[in-house]
Design a protein around this ligand. Structure first.
Ligand SMILES: Cc1ncc(COP(=O)(O)O)c(C=O)c1O
Length: 480
């Protein structure tokens, strides 16, 4: 590493990136390349001799950017957002600069201590109960993704119950969640050795606005208990992936407690909104939870990856995930005076992710972050009104945060309840390259999801997106 060479090349790279952000809207949002496109453009093997940065940047412009789906485009409305920001970006740069591997306190004290402090700050912004703070038995940790968060708490919960019921009872352990829960719950069960037939994905339909009902959970638990099974884990979601449904935390938490189960709350997307007092009530009942997760890398201006997880009892995580090899022994760890985050996660190595979250919190501050969230929700509300104003469309589920679920109404003679119609509409708008939306299926209906949350999206983009949708709808309806 030559510092002067770094300075020169990094300046070039920053210019390249700033130009990219300036010209973002000139690219098709959804990449229009075909599978395998890059193989034809790049050589079969790595170069023997160094090439120039300029040559690489030229290739990025000509060969890589066409294959990029532009998640930071203001016309991006697919899945859920993955925010980038100046503060998040600078934090990432700094993290790359130090390039520490902070598995234990001694391997980089600042990385560990900053993470503890920043997650306490964020917990306070979300008004999480004090038991989630590091000052008690709990605390927060940054995982790579919400999938890792649910996996590690499932492992902690599994081992906790097995210590009571005996190792041989693994086959009896049952997990409960709704059929709207993110598929990371199923994957966590696969990894944790939970028997496939013991994952209860309980039906949540339009009657509850796709929220998990306490009655469904109680009934399933009673039935499982009568079969001699052991209910041990319940996952609720605040802002489901399909339709941003909100599960009733208080009632579900009480059921968990009554049955001595671990209660996890996944607020990967909508957790960010709960820093605003008017949305914080969605977390009422979180005091019943054993663990709570939200992705700062989704809608909180923190560059991917940064998934915040809090637990009330950190010792449960540590009992499941700690190892103590000779080569990592050190005085601070032996004396139990420090946090060693390697024991709260699956991998050993970990990045200095707290830097970017700290920079986001400091450079923007709570008030700006609240304004940011409110603005997106207002834009989503405007989009919802536009959909409601066109009788050819319907809003499918009531909007709670910044996601609007809607569809083109089926024609009276349609056999498939408008499935193909809406599939074709989605395909047409995404192929146009002007906007990018994704879809879900709710009660058999093919539904388009319009998720506002890209940092650069403004009112003009919403209006333009609606025009694209209306125009494509007109073309498709005329062709029927
Ligand atoms: C509610 C919810 N949970 C979990 C996830 C998975 O997130 P990750 O990619 O961080 O594992 C998502 C992704 O969109 C989500 O919406």
């Amino acid at each position: 590493m030559d510092a002067e060479q770094l300075r020169e090349n990094a300046h070039k790279m920053v210019d390249f990136i700033a130009d990219y952000y300036k010209s973002l809207e000139s690219y098709p949002v959804l990449s229009q390349v075909q599978p395998g496109y890059l193989r034809e453009l790049l050589p079969d093997s790595a170069p023997d001799r160094p090439e120039s940065l300029q040559d690489v940047l030229d290739d990025i412009r000509q060969k890589i950017i066409p294959g990029i789906t532009h998640w930071q485009s203001p016309n991006y409305y697919a899945y859920y957002p993955s925010n980038s920001s100046t503060a998040g970006f600078l934090g990432e740069m700094l993290s790359a600069a130090f390039n520490i591997v902070g598995f234990s306190w001694v391997s980089c004290p600042a990385a560990t201590e900053l993470e503890v402090i920043v997650l306490d700050w964020l917990a306070k912004m979300l008004k999480l109960p004090d038991q989630f703070l590091s000052s008690g038995q709990g605390g927060g940790v940054i995982q790579g993704t919400a999938s890792e968060s649910v996996l590690v708490v499932l492992l902690a919960a599994r081992d906790k119950i097995l210590r009571k019921s005996g190792k041989r009872s693994l086959e009896k352990l049952v997990v409960y969640a709704s059929d709207q829960t993110h598929s990371c719950m199923q994957k966590a069960c696969q990894i944790a050795g939970i028997y496939t037939e013991n994952l209860r994905l309980l039906k949540a339909d339009q009657n509850s606005n796709y929220a998990l009902t306490p009655d469904a959970v109680s009934e399933a638990i009673s039935s499982d208990l009568s079969e001699g099974l052991i209910p041990f884990f319940l996952c609720a979601t605040i802002g489901t992936t399909s339709s941003a449904a909100v599960d009733p935390l208080s009632a579900l938490g009480k059921i968990s407690k009554a049955n001595d189960m671990w209660f996890h709350v996944d607020a990967a997307y909508a957790g960010s909104a709960c820093i605003c007092p008017e949305y914080n009530h969605h977390l009422d009942g979180v005091e019943e939870a054993d663990s709570f997760g939200m992705n700062a890398h989704k809608w909180f201006l923190t560059n991917f990856d940064c998934s915040a997880l809090w637990v009330k009892d950190r010792s449960a995580l540590i009992q499941s995930l700690s190892t103590n090899p000779e080569f990592l022994r050190n005085k601070a760890s032996q004396e139990h005076t420090v946090v060693d985050f390697k024991d709260w996660q699956v991998p050993l190595g970990r990045r200095f992710r707290s830097l970017k979250l700290w920079m986001v919190l400091r450079l923007y501050g709570l008030e700006n972050l609240q304004h940011y969230i409110r603005n997106h929700i207002k834009l989503a509300e405007e989009f919802e009104q536009l959909v409601n104003s066109d009788s050819r469309f319907e809003v499918v589920t009531p909007r709670t945060f910044s996601l609007v679920c809607f569809r083109l109404l089926p024609q009276p003679d349609h056999q498939d309840d408008g499935y193909k119609l809406n599939y074709d509409l989605l395909d047409a708008v995404n192929s146009s390259g002007k906007i990018f939306l994704s879809h879900t299926v709710l009660s058999g209906k093919f539904v388009l999801r319009f998720a506002v949350g890209a940092p650069l999206t403004e009112e003009t983009h919403i209006k333009a997106a609606w025009e694209v949708l209306q125009d494509q709808a007109t073309i498709i309806l005329a062709e029927i």
